[in-house]
Design a protein around this ligand. Structure first.
Ligand SMILES: *[C@@H]1O[C@H](CO)[C@@H](O)[C@H](O)[C@H]1NC(C)=O
Ligand SMILES: *[C@@H]1O[C@H](CO)[C@@H](O)[C@H](O)[C@H]1NC(C)=O
Ligand SMILES: *[C@@H]1O[C@H](CO)[C@@H](O)[C@H](O)[C@H]1NC(C)=O
Ligand SMILES: *[C@@H]1O[C@H](CO)[C@@H](O)[C@H](O)[C@H]1NC(C)=O
Ligand SMILES: *[C@@H]1O[C@H](CO)[C@@H](O)[C@H](O)[C@H]1NC(C)=O
Ligand SMILES: *[C@@H]1O[C@H](CO)[C@@H](O)[C@H](O)[C@H]1NC(C)=O
Ligand SMILES: *[C@@H]1O[C@H](CO)[C@@H](O)[C@H](O)[C@H]1NC(C)=O
Ligand SMILES: *[C@@H]1O[C@H](CO)[C@@H](O)[C@H](O)[C@H]1NC(C)=O
Ligand SMILES: *[C@@H]1O[C@H](CO)[C@@H](O)[C@H](O)[C@H]1NC(C)=O
Ligand SMILES: *[C@@H]1O[C@H](CO)[C@@H](O)[C@H](O)[C@H]1NC(C)=O
Ligand SMILES: *[C@@H]1O[C@H](CO)[C@@H](O)[C@H](O)[C@H]1NC(C)=O
Ligand SMILES: *[C@@H]1O[C@H](CO)[C@@H](O)[C@H](O)[C@H]1NC(C)=O
Length: 636
C-alpha cells in the first residue's frame, strides 16, 4: 500500500513541477530540483520549518541547507540539514544529486533504509547520517563512492554485516558504525584503508577476532571496538601504531596478555580501555612509558601481580580503574602518585590489596573525587589526612580490615555523596560531624563495632536516599531526626543493634522509602498508625523486637508490600484479613507472637511456603501445609 501511495505522490509531484515556470536566470538544470522536491516530500515532520524555504518562489540553490556548484550551475554539492528534528525517510531520489560532495543529515529522525541509490553519488566525500533511526543494511554498493573520506552512520539501527567491499574505500579517514546492530566479523579488508584515522565500531554485536590486518593502519588515532562480542587476542601490532590516542576494546570477550605490548611505541596514547574482558598477565612497568596516558580502564579482567610503582611517572593520569582483578599490592602504588596532580578517580575494588592507608592517602592530590577500594585486605585506621581531600564525592572502603574510630576530620568532606565503610572493624561512636556532609546520598556503616547513639546530626543529611547502620552495637532510641528524612528511598537499615524505645511517630515521614529494617533490636511499644503513610514500602522487617499490640490496620494501605516480618515480637489478637488483599505480598513471617483466631483466606495465605505462623497461641484454619487445626466454627 505504501508503495502504491508513493507512486501516486510521485506522479502528482512530477506534474506539479513541470507546471512551474522558473525565472530564466536560474533555469540551468532541473534534475536536482526534482530530486530535492522528492526529498522534501519524503519528510513528514519539519518542526523548525527549515524546509519552508524549499518552495517554488526561490531557486533551489537558495533553499536552506542546499549549496550549489559555482562551475556547474544548478547542481547541488552540499546537503546540510543537521539537528532539524526532521522525521521521515530519505528519498531514493537523493541518488540523482550526482554532484553531491557532502551530506550532513545527523541528529534527525530519519528512518527506513539508507537508499542504495546513494551509491550513485560518485563525488561524495562526506556522508554523515549519525543519530537517526535508519534501519536495514549498510548499502552494499557504497563501495562505489570511492571519494568517501568520512562515513559516519553511528547511532542508527543498521543490521547485517560490515561488507568487505568497504575495504575499497581507500580514501576513508573516518569510519563510524558504532551504536547499531551490526553482526558478523570485522572484515579484514578494513586493514586496506591505509588513510583511516578513526575506526568506531562500538556497541554492535560484532563477533570473531580483531583482524591482524588492522595493525597496518598506521594513521589510526581512534580505535573504538568496545561493547561487542569479540573474541581472541588483540593483535600485537595495533598498540604499536604510534599515533594512536584512544584504544578501547572494553566489554568484549578478548583474552591474552596484550598489555605487554603497550608502552614501547604508542607515545600519544591518552585513553586505554580494556575493562570487562578475559585479559590475563600482569600490569607491565612499561606502561609508564605511555607518557601521555590519562585514562586507564582495566577493571574486570584476570590481571594479577603487583601494580607497578612507576605509574606515578604518568603525570597526566586522571582515571585509574583496576577493580575486580587479582592484583596484589601494598598500596605503595598510591603513594607513588604523589606527582600526579590531576588524579580524579582511583578504582581498586575487589582485589588483593593489603597494607595501611596511612601513608598513601596523605600523598594524594586534593583534586581527587572518587576512591573505590572495597573488598580488599586493607588494614589500620582511617587517616586524618583523608579530611584534606575536600573534593571527594565517592569513598568506598567497605569490606576491609580497617580498625579504630572514624576521625572527626571526615566532617569537612562536604562534597561526599557516597560513603561506604561497612564491613570493617571500626569502633567508637559514629562522629556527629558526619551531619556536616549534607550532600550525602548513601551512607553505609553496617557490620562494624560502632557503639553509642546514632547521632541526631545525621538528620542534616537531607539528601540521604540510603542509610545502613546495621550490625553494630548502637544503643539508645531511633532518632526522630532520622525518621524525618523523607529523602530516604532505597533503604533504612538499623537492624542488629541494641536500639531501644519505641518506633517514633515520625516514621510516617518516610514517604519514599522502599525498605525499612529495624529487626533484631530492643524496640517496644505499638507500631504507630502513621506507618500508613509509608506508601511505597516493599519490605518491612520488625522481627526480633518487643513490639506489642494488634497487627495494625495502618498496614492496610501499603499495597506495594512484598515482604513483612513481624516474627519474634509480642503481637496479639487476630491476623487481619486485609493481609490477604496485599497482592504483592510474597513473604509473611508472624512466627513467635501471641496471635490467635482464624487464618485469613486468599492472597499470600494460599501459599503455605510464603507464610510462617508457628509459635503463636491459638491459630486455626489455613491451607493444609500450615498444619493447623480446623477452626471450631467460622463465626468464632
Ligand atoms: C542535467 O543533469 C543531468 C544529470 O547530470 C543530465 O543528464 C542532463 O543532461 C542535464 N540537463 C541539462 C539541461 O543540462
Ligand atoms: C518561500 O521561501 C522564501 C525564502 O526563504 C520565504 O521568504 C517565503 O516565505 C517562502 N514562501 C512560502 C509560501 O513558504
Ligand atoms: C540534536 O537536535 C536537537 C533538535 O532536534 C537539538 O536540540 C540537540 O541539541 C541536537 N544535539 C546535538 C548533539 O547536536
Ligand atoms: C531519479 O531517481 C529516481 C529514483 O531513484 C528515478 O526513478 C528517476 O528516474 C531518476 N532520474 C530523474 C531524472 O529524475
Ligand atoms: C540524537 O537525537 C535525539 C533526537 O533527535 C536527540 O534528543 C539527542 O540529543 C541526539 N543525540 C546526540 C548524541 O546527538
Ligand atoms: C550494485 O551495483 C551493481 C553493479 O555495479 C548492480 O548490478 C547492483 O544492482 C547494485 N545493487 C544495488 C542494491 O544497487
Ligand atoms: C587489500 O588490498 C590488496 C591490494 O589492493 C588486495 O590484494 C587485497 O585483496 C585486499 N585485502 C582485502 C582483505 O580486501
Ligand atoms: C613494533 O614496532 C617496533 C619498531 O617500530 C618493531 O620493532 C616491532 O616489531 C613492532 N612490534 C609489533 C608486534 O609489530
Ligand atoms: C616527584 O617529583 C619530584 C620532583 O620532580 C621527584 O624528585 C620525585 O622523584 C617524584 N616522585 C615520584 C614518586 O615520581
Ligand atoms: C575541587 O573542585 C573544584 C570544582 O571542580 C575545583 O575548582 C577545585 O580546584 C578543586 N579543588 C582542588 C583542591 O583541586
Ligand atoms: C560539624 O558539625 C559540628 C556539629 O555536629 C559542628 O560543631 C562543627 O563546627 C562542624 N564542623 C565543620 C567543619 O563544619
Ligand atoms: C520466620 O521467622 C523465624 C523467627 O524469626 C525464623 O526462624 C524463620 O526462619 C522465618 N521463616 C522463614 C520462612 O524465613
Amino acid at each position: 500500500m505504501g508503495k502504491h501511495l508513493f507512486l501516486i505522490l510521485n506522479s502528482i509531484l512530477l506534474w506539479w513541477w513541470s507546471s512551474i515556470t522558473i525565472s530564466k536566470a536560474y533555469s540551468q538544470n532541473q534534475t536536482d530540483r526534482f530530486a530535492l522536491a522528492f526529498l522534501k516530500n519524503a519528510i513528514h515532520k519539519d518542526p523548525f520549518g527549515v524546509l519552508s524555504s524549499w518552495n517554488d518562489s526561490t531557486h533551489h540553490c537558495e533553499w536552506q541547507g542546499v549549496l550549489c556548484s559555482k562551475r556547474h550551475l544548478g547542481r547541488v554539492t552540499s546537503l546540510v540539514l543537521r539537528s532539524q528534528g526532521l522525521d521521515g525517510f530519505l528519498s531514493p531520489h537523493v541518488g540523482n544529486l550526482s554532484f553531491l560532495r557532502v551530506i550532513f543529515l545527523q541528529n534527525n529522525s530519519f528512518h527506513g533504509e539508507i537508499p542504495p541509490q546513494i551509491s550513485n553519488l560518485l563525488r561524495l566525500h562526506v556522508l554523515i547520517l549519525s543519530n537517526n533511526s535508519f534501519g536495514g543494511p549498510i548499502p552494499s554498493n557504497l563501495s562505489r563512492c570511492l571519494n568517501l573520506e568520512n562515513l559516519n552512520l553511528i547511532d542508527n539501527q543498521l543490521v547485517g554485516r560490515i561488507h568487505s567491499d568497504l575495504g575499497s574505500l581507500t580514501r576513508l579517514k573516518l569510519l563510524g558504525l558504532s551504536r547499531n546492530r551490526l553482526v558478523g566479523p570485522i572484515s579484514r579488508s578494513i586493514g586496506n584503508l591505509s588513510l583511516l584515522q578513526q575506526l568506531s565500531l562500538k556497541d554492535n554485536v560484532l563477533s570473531g577476532g580483531i583482524p591482524e590486518e588492522l595493525s597496518r593502519l598506521k594513521r589510526l588515532t581512534f580505535f573504538q571496538l568496545a561493547s561487542n562480542k569479540l573474541t581472541g587476542e588483540v593483535p600485537a601490532g595495533i598498540l604499536n601504531i604510534s599515533d594512536i590516542i584512544l584504544f578501547s576494546v572494553s566489554f568484549n570477550q578478548l583474552r591474552g596478555r596484550f598489555l605487554n605490548d603497550v608502552g614501547t611505541a604508542s607515545p600519544s596514547l591518552y585513553g586505554l580501555s580494556a575493562q570487562n574482558n578475559l585479559f590475563t598477565g600482569t600490569i607491565p612497568s612499561t606502561l609508564s612509558n605511555v607518557i601521555g596516558l590519562e585514562e586507564l580502564y582495566l577493571a574486570n579482567n584476570n590481571f594479577h601481580g603487583p601494580i607497578p610503582k612507576n605509574l606515578g611517572r604518568l603525570k597526566g593520569l586522571y582515571t585509574i580503574e583496576l577493580g575486580y582483578n587479582h592484583l596484589q599490592d601494598d598500596l605503595s602504588f598510591i603513594s607513588s602518585l604523589v606527582n600526579c596532580s590531576n588524579v580524579n578517580s582511583i578504582g581498586m575494588a575487589v582485589n588483593l590489596i593489603h597494607g595501611s592507608l596511612l601513608r598513601s592517602f596523605s600523598n594524594l592530590s586534593a583534586r581527587i573525587e572518587r576512591i573505590s577500594m572495597s573488598n580488599n585486605q586493607i588494614q589500620g585506621s582511617i587517616p586524618l589526612a583523608l579530611g584534606n581531600l575536600f573534593n571527594l564525592t565517592f569513598l568506598d572502603l567497605r569490606n576491609n580490615f580497617l580498625t579504630d574510630c572514624i576521625p572527626h576530620s571526615i566532617g569537612p568532606l562536604s562534597n561526599l555523596h557516597k560513603l561506604g565503610l561497612g564491613g570493617n572493624m571500626l569502633t567508637g561512636e559514629i562522629p556527629s560531624s558526619m551531619g556536616n556532609i549534607t550532600l550525602l546520598n548513601v551512607l553505609h556503616l553496617s557490620s562494624n563495632f560502632f557503639q553509642g547513639h546514632i547521632p541526631q546530626s545525621l538528620g542534616n543529611c537531607k539528601q540521604l536516599i540510603g542509610l545502613a547502620l546495621s550490625n553494630n552495637n548502637l544503643i539508645g532510641s531511633v532518632p526522630v531526626e532520622i525518621m524525618d528524612l523523607s529523602s530516604l528511598s532505597i533503604i533504612l537499615n538499623l537492624a542488629n543493634n541494641n536500639l531501644s524505645g519505641s518506633l517514633p511517630l515520625q516514621v510516617g515521614s518516610l514517604k519514599n522509602l522502599g525498605v525499612l529494617d529495624l529487626s533484631h533490636n530492643r524496640l517496644t511499644g505499638l507500631i504507630p498508625a502513621s506507618i500508613s503513610e509509608c506508601l511505597v514500602l516493599e519490605g518491612l522487617y520488625l522481627e526480633a523486637n518487643s513490639f506489642h499490640g494488634e497487627i495494625p490496620e495502618a498496614l492496610r494501605p501499603l499495597r506495594g508490600l512484598q515482604e513483612l516480618d513481624l516474627s519474634n515480637n509480642n503481637f496479639s489478637g487476630p491476623i487481619p484479613s486485609f493481609l490477604a488483599g496485599l497482592l504483592l505480598l510474597k513473604y509473611l513471617n508472624l512466627t513467635f507472637n501471641q496471635l490467635e483466631g482464624q487464618i485469613p483466606k486468599g492472597g499470600v495465605f494460599l501459599n503455605g511456603s510464603a507464610v510462617s505462623i508457628y509459635g503463636n497461641t491459638e491459630l486455626c484454619g489455613g491451607v493444609p501445609s500450615l498444619k493447623l487445626s480446623l477452626c471450631k466454627s467460622s463465626s468464632s
